[in-house]
Design a protein around this ligand. Structure first.
Ligand code: NAD
Length: 304
């Protein structure tokens, strides 16, 4: 039986509508609008595209943006000074630093300079730590894991008691995803580049999350029939048939896995749009908390 395809574009569109209405209600209540500052260091083409996409997504729902593009050789002190200014600016409720940073900057130091309550990417070491501790709430959950959770909830896919296998242990996706699922009572296995016999582990998964950035990694025979497969990977593969010379694929061999899995996210059009939608959700919550003292719960039930 063919897998149910989880349409991230349609889900993200519904979330954007929800955020837009919430932003409008917030403005009516407080006379303010949520504000997001983006900090881009260097001119890496993919990072530039991501920042532009985030800026226009904010504009479309009424979130104000402040953009700071700094040269690749910017001094550490200049970045820390900018972050200090943004931390004190009451019109800036969220601060996002596009990763990766140039190698002369210490990621830990830079991310730690964002105040916890403005850390809408959820990458501050304390936010990640709190995510892993039961009974402690992080201020923010990183946008990609949060987007995946929203997709699972909307598709009514249960998590508690299920066996989740995650490929990847990065700060952005794999590790926070594992901590989030653990928090939600899944039994979690984390695989990475040094894990031997990947297939033996992936075949045990009720929920398989591939975030390795390796095209073609997950073949049909590595998936348990009836599993739910979330493909986070975004990989460029050469394709002379298309004008731009490449196409985007995930980590999963779509044709094979869609014949085995119960549900699957496509690439593009799966997790990617939901990641951006969750940045809007996090920025809205940041503004609600800073201005009104409380925010709506992590995920609102939405129709669909
Ligand atoms: P990363 O390079 O920081 O981490 C990759 C992880 O995969 C590492 O932990 C590594 O150990 C693991 N890995 C590498 N090869 C492996 C293998 N053969 N088997 C098992 N594990 C392996 O990358 P990242 O930032 O976590 O991103 C991962 C992928 O997800 C990339 O393709 C990236 O473009 C994509 N991504 C997508 C979104 C989205 O919104 N859809 C967001 C962030 C990242």
């Amino acid at each position: 039986m063919a897998a149910r395809i989880l349409d991230g574009r349609a889900m993200a569109a519904r979330w954007r509508e929800w955020v837009k209405a919430q932003v409008e209600a917030f403005r009516a209540r407080t006379g303010q609008v949520p504000g997001l500052a983006t900090v881009l260091i260097g001119d890496h083409p993919a990072s530039l595209t991501y920042v532009q996409a985030k800026q226009s997504a904010c504009a479309a729902v009424g979130i104000r943006t402040f953009r700071y593009d700094l040269p690749a050789d910017v001094e550490r002190e200049t970045v820390l000074e900018l972050l200090g200014t943004l931390a004190r600016n009451p019109e800036v409720h969220g601060i996002l630093i596009q990763l990766p940073l140039p190698s002369h900057l210490d990621e830990e130091e830079i991310l730690s300079a964002i105040p916890l309550e403005k850390d809408v990417d959820g990458f501050h070491p304390l936010n990640i730590g709190r995510l892993g501790l039961k009974g402690r709430d992080p201020y923010f959950i990183p946008c990609t894991p949060l987007g995946i959770l929203a997709m699972l909830q909307e598709a009514r896919i249960p998590i508690a008691g299920r066996r989740a296998v995650i490929l990847g242990r990065s700060r952005i996706v794999g590790l926070p995803m594992a901590l989030l699922l653990l928090r939600l009572d899944a039994t979690v296995t984390i695989c990475h580049s040094r894990t031997p016999d990947l297939g033996a582990l992936t075949r045990q998964a009720d929920l398989l999350i591939a975030a390795a950035g390796r095209p073609g990694l997950i073949r049909g025979e590595m998936v348990r029939p009836g599993a739910v497969v979330i493909d986070v990977g975004i990989n460029r593969v050469e394709d002379p048939q298309v004008p731009r010379g490449y196409r985007l694929v995930g980590d999963v061999v779509f044709e094979e896995v869609s014949a085995v899995a119960a549900a699957l996210t496509p690439v593009p059009g799966g997790v990617g749009p939901m990641t951006v939608a969750m940045l809007l959700v996090n920025t809205l919550k940041a503004a609600q908390r800073q201005v009104e003292g409380s925010a709506s719960p992590w995920l609102e039930p939405i129709e669909g």
